[in-house]
Structure formats: structure tokens, C-alpha cells
Design a protein around this ligand. Structure first.
Ligand code: F6R
Length: 620
């Protein structure tokens, strides 16, 4: 939550910072702001509530010429402390307007810091936790051992802060450098020719450089146009971890699509292929990083998948495969509940933490809790070097590429594929599958990009259906077996994008309550199992459909090609390719993503930036 960017170099900082913010708006869009320092140490700030477009209009009114300078910073906000109004927007300044700060995260002891500042006569002008840091840094810069040294001043203040934060700080008296610091919130450095960047995400500077450096926990970096220097919060020299970003600017742009989500839906075959690539070598499943001994993997006797939202649904799908392949009990748990209920964990428990961003606060805390209980943690993550993989014992990266639409699409499919690889790795380690069986399962997975590509031919049919469903008040989703989590995911997509009441149910539960919701014309989306692969469940779902149809529901059926039995019960039929049962979610989810996006678009909503949401949920 919140996107931040900082720049020191040879270009106009305002242009670089605004370019970065445009690609990080997915992290929050309650307000946006910029600060630019000119070489003479004059600090110019503009900030506006609402989307980045509001800030850009304000800059046009003020005149962009006022923002001349080659060092600057910017922020796009998801509000935590204080309403999304101009005065709570970042950057925040100290009383003398010499320090500017942007912040991502929550400073948990801000009330005490605020009281201390007020007692010292400082007048605070916002309701935010962030503003306290601007005043504290300014005071540290003016006195004692840290006098005149911005990096030392920021370190002193960071040592006093509790909570999660990334801070980017400038001081008018040191206009050639920017200081940034992080604890449990993301921060990467971009290293260019004669210019250096800091940002929450490499997307902010990918247009200028692909050379990046990831910072560790409680580290601080000073950037200037010649490079960067990293220390810990005590000022001891420290090392960042350099890496080269393996995608380019086009991946972070719409590329002619009306919105990112549609582009990302269409990128799903590539996301799957890239996630699988390189993970089956010399007849064995291989993870990206493995700091768990093979013997410990063999000894695993219980698996927990912990995650939030769509990532949680990917775990629900994986449970069917992992239990089937590995003969291990698998519990799938919302990360926000996990550590509050004293789960039974020990060194033979494997906790699989699934997160696109790798920075979701609840999932990160679940990882930490699991590790204190001696469980092994394996991260499935889409973001290189994010906090969750850093704190895990093993990592499998999903190579879905940057996902800019707030609603997860290609990352979700890639998570399912990666979770399956985890299942196969476990089956291989435990010997519950012979090598040729593992090879066969992997080759079935390898056929999925083509199958998903085929589903994309239904996009226009589903968009048309979405336009016709846009007036509905509510939609129900039904599924069984692996189709149940798909129903949950379809409902989540519709809620978050179209702000429509939507519920997913296990179809077998219908008669235990939900059938009372059925009324004339209510759209019910049914995810059918294969008539061949799951004949018994298929027959039961056909009965369920006929029951709800008899009560007036309008049935929208996602079924395997050639499934003629279900056809008479489908008011609308969307056909997906026949694939092995466990892999069916990879094809049946796609029409539900398109449906939600098109209903949202028809209702006039911003598909990529649904209200109240942000892509990375870094606060609990
Ligand atoms: C829904 C969605 C969210 C995320 C959830 C977890 O479309 O995107 O439910 O799946 O916030 O995020 P990550 O995977 O970053 O931990």
C-alpha cells in the first residue's frame, strides 16, 4: 500500500517522478504528491487528494516550471491515518519547510511521538503518522551528533520508530542526495548512468534502468547521481542485493488494451509457461531457492497453505492436488486468522505462504509466526526479493510478470501452477509418486498454456454476457471439488470490481441454506466438473442446476467442450477445453475474470483501480 519514488540524477526530477507514480498508482489512489529540490536547496511541493490525474491538473495550474530540479520524490497514497484530503497527502514537511518525507507503512508509536512533538511546541498540520517523522528528522538535523547529516538524522529517527515503514527523505540543506530507509515495507534502488532511483517497486524506474538493488530489513540507503551507499540503522556498512529485472517497460504498460486487467488476462498463457520454465530439470522438480534439507522435506507430515484473497483461493485449489499426490493432510488458512488461533505447528510442518506481492502484512506475520514455532516455510511469490521470500526457507517464484490491475488474474493462475509444483516436489521428496508419474504430471501442466490460450477465444462471448448481466443485483457461483474454489474466486472478482453482491458456494451445500436465495431471474454461475473425469460429481451438479432452474434462476454454465448433458440446463453456456480434473481451475477461472471485468466496465467503474482497494495490503 502506498507507492513511493525518489530520484537524483541529470533529468528533470518532476518528469521522472510522475512517470514512476503513473506505474505505481495501483498501490493506492487516495492522493498523490511530489516534492522537487533545486540545486540551490529550494523545495517545491504539490499534493492533491484523489487520483494522480488531480495532481497533474494542479501542476498544470501552478505551472510545472516551478518544479525545476534534478532531485525529487513522489507518493501515491492508500490512506491509513487521516482522511484522504489534501493536508494528509504526502510529501509531509517539517515546520521550516526544509525536510520532505514520503512514507509507506504504519508507524505504530506515532501517537507518543506526536505528543512529544506537541509538548515541545511543534504544530502538526495533518492527521497522519508520517508527519511526525518530518519534524523529528528536522530536529535531529539541527542538533547534537547528527547535526547537518541527513543520513545520520534519519537513522536516529528510524531507531525510534515502531511498525512497518519505508521512508524517503530530502533536506533542502543537502539538495544533491536523498535518503531512504526500510523496515518490513518494500524498497528497491535503481542504478542508472549518472542517476539513481529508489521506489517501492522496480516498475517505477524500469523505463530508465533494469539494474536494481534490493535492500534488507532495517537498512538505509543514501542515493546521489553517482550511486548509492547502504548502511544499517546504526550506521554500520551493509550490502544490498543487486539483481537485473527480467522484464521491460512494455510489461508495465497497457499495450493498446483498454485496461490492464484485460491485458493481464490475455497474458495468462505466458504467465503459466514462464512459471513452469526451468522447474523440471534432469527428471526432477526444482525450486528457485531451497534452504530446507531434502531429509527435512521428506519428514514433512502436515502442510498449511497460508494466504489472503485470491492467493488463498489458489491454496484451496492446491489442497486437492497436494493431498492426492503426497498423501499428506493439507490445511488452507486465511493468513489473517492463522496466527491468532494457535495452530499446531512443529519442525515437520511445511507452511506454504502464497503471495503475489510478497509483502502482504498478514501473510508475512503468518510466516514469522510459523518460523517461531520451528515450522519450515516455503514462499510462492511473484516479486523478486520481497519480504516474504526473504524470510522463508525455500522459494518458488511465479513468473507472471508485473500485475498492475488491482484484481489478481495472471498471478492467480501462476500461483495455482506454482502450488502444483510444490505438491510435485513434495511427492518426489516423499516418494509418493514415481519419477515417471511426476514427469507425466509436469507434462500435463506444460500443456496448460495452450489450453488457456484456447479459452481466450471465449472473451468476446463472455464480454457480451457481462454487458447483459450488468443490471443484476446479485450473482451466485456454484462449484464442487476444485470447482468450489473457482466459484469463490469468481465471486470475489465480481465483488471487488463490480461492487455487486456475489457469493460462491459448494454446490452440495445448496439445500442446506443457499437455495433460499434463488429467485426469478437471479444469475447463477455454475462451474461444471468434467463429465468424464468426475462423472459422479457431474451428475450431481446437473441435478443442482435443474433444481435452481426450476426455481427461476438464470443459469450460466462453464462446462467442458462437448458436455451435451448439461446443455439443456444452461441458459448461457461457456465452453472450456477438456483438461485433467485437477488442472481445470486454470481454464474455468478465465471466463469468470472476464465476466467480472466486463460487468464492472459496463457499470462505469474503473476496472484496474476498484474503490477502496490497493494492490499490496501492507497493513493488517
Ligand atoms: C483479489 C486480489 C487480492 C489478493 C490478496 C493477496 O483479486 O488481488 O485478494 O490476492 O490481497 O495479495 P498477495 O498475493 O499480494 O499477498
Amino acid at each position: 500500500m502506498c507507492g513511493i519514488v525518489g530520484y537524483v540524477g541529470h533529468r528533470q526530477a518532476l518528469d521522472v517522478v510522475l512517470g514512476g507514480l503513473r506505474r505505481m498508482e495501483y498501490r493506492g489512489y487516495d492522493s498523490a504528491g511530489v516534492a522537487v529540490l533545486d540545486g540551490a536547496g529550494s523545495l517545491t511541493v504539490e499534493r492533491k487528494a484523489g487520483r494522480l490525474a488531480n495532481l497533474e491538473s494542479a501542476l498544470d495550474t501552478t505551472g510545472r516550471d516551478a518544479f525545476t530540479g534534478t532531485a525529487g520524490m513522489g507518493h501515491t497514497r492508500w490512506a491509513t491515518h487521516g482522511a484522504p484530503v489534501d493536508r494528509n497527502s504526502h510529501p509531509h514537511r517539517d515546520s521550516s519547510d526544509r525536510v520532505a518525507v514520503v512514507h509507506n507503512g504504519i508507524i505504530e508509536n506515532f501517537a507518543a511521538l506526536r505528543a512529544e512533538l506537541e509538548a515541545a511546541g511543534v504544530e502538526l498540520t495533518s492527521d497522519t503518522d508520517t508527519e511526525t517523522t518530518a519534524h523529528l528528522i528536522a530536529r535531529a538535523f539541527d542538533e547534537g551528533d547528527t547535526k547537518g547529516d541527513l543520513a545520520a538524522s534519519v537513522r536516529t529517527v528510524c531507531r525510534r520508530l515502531e511498525g512497518a515503514f519505508t521512508l524517503v527523505v530530502t533536506h533542502a540543506d543537502q539538495p544533491d542526495l536523498i535518503v531512504a530507509a526500510r523496515r518490513s515495507s518494500p524498497l528497491v534502488v535503481g542504478v542508472g548512468e549518472g542517476e539513481t532511483f529508489v521506489a517501492s517497486d522496480v516498475a517505477a524506474f524500469i523505463e530508465h534502468t533494469r539494474e536494481a538493488v534490493e535492500l534488507g530489513q532495517d537498512q538505509l540507503v543514501v542515493i546521489d547521481r553517482d550511486g548509492y551507499v547502504v548502511t544499517d540503522f546504526d550506521g554500520e556498512p551493509a550490502q544490498g542485493k543487486p539483481f537485473t529485472v527480467d522484464w521491460d517497460l512494455s510489461a508495465a504498460e497497457k499495450g493498446g488494451h483498454e485496461y490492464f486487467m484485460l491485458k493481464e488476462i490475455e497474458e495468462q498463457p505466458d504467465a503459466l509457461a514462464n512459471t513452469l520454465r526451468g522447474h523440471f530439470e534432469s527428471g526432477r522438480i526444482v525450486l528457485d531457492e531451497q534452504r530446507i534439507a531434502d531429509q527435512d522435506l521428506r519428514d514433512v507430515d502436515k502442510v498449511f497453505v497460508v494466504a489472503c484473497g485470491s492467493a488463498y483461493h489458489s491454496g484451496l485449489v492446491a489442497k486437492y492436488a497436494i493431498e492426492h499426490w503426497c498423501r499428506l493432510p493439507v490445511e488452507v488458512e486465511l493468513a489473517s486468522e492463522f496466527r491468532y488461533r494457535d495452530p499446531v505447528l512443529d519442525r515437520d510442518t511445511l507452511v506454504v505462504a502464497v503471495s503475489q506481492s510478497g509483502e502482504t502484512a498478514d501473510t508475512l506475520e503468518a510466516v514469522r509466526h510459523a518460523r517461531t514455532q520451528k515450522a519450515r516455510v516455503l514462499a510462492v511469490c511473484n516479486t523478486n526479493g520481497a519480504q516474504i521470500p526473504r524470510e522463508s526457507d525455500a522459494v518458488l517464484y511465479t513468473h507472471a510478470g508485473p500485475e498492475i490491475g488491482v484484481a489478481s488474474t495472471k498471478a492467480f493462475l501462476a500461483q495455482i501452477a506454482a502450488n502444483y509444483l510444490v505438491g510435485l516436489a513434495l511427492a518426489q521428496a516423499r516418494g509418493t509418486k514415481y519419477p515417471d508419474e511426476v514427469a507425466r504430471e509436469f507434462s500435463e501442466l506444460e500443456a496448460m498454456p495452450a489450453a488457456v490460450h484456447k479459452v481466450l477465444s471465449t472473451v468476446e462471448q463472455v464480454r457480451d454476457l457481462g454487458r447483459r448481466m450488468a443490471d443484476s443485483k446479485a450473482v451466485l457461483f456454484l462449484g464442487r471439488h476444485v470447482g468450489f474454489p473457482v466459484a469463490l474466486e469468481g465471486a470475489l472478482k465480481l465483488k471487488e470490481l463490480a461492487y455487486m453482491h456475489a457469493e460462491g458456494f459448494a454446490a452440495g451445500e445448496l439445500k442446506h441454506g443457499p437455495i433460499a436465495l434463488i429467485e426469478e431471474g437471479l444469475p447463477v454461475v455454475v462451474v461444471m466438473p468434467s463429465p468424464k473425469g468426475r462423472a459422479v460429481l457431474h451428475a450431481k451438479l446437473v441435478s443442482n442446476i435443474s433444481e435452481i432452474q426450476a426455481r427461476g434462476a438464470r443459469t450460466i454454465v462453464i462446462a467442458e467442450e462437448g458436455d451435451d448433458t448439461v446443455r439443456p440446463f444452461a441458459d448461457e453456456l461457456v465452453e472450456v477445453p477438456a483438461v485433467p480434473t485437477l488442472l481445470q481451475p486454470l481454464v474455468s477461472t478465465v471466463p469468470l475474470q472476464v465476466l467480472a471485468a466486463e460487468i464492472a466496465r459496463t457499470r462505469g467503474y474503473d476496472v484496474d483501480k476498484p474503490r477502496n482497494l490497493a494492490k499490496s495490503v501492507t497493513v493488517e
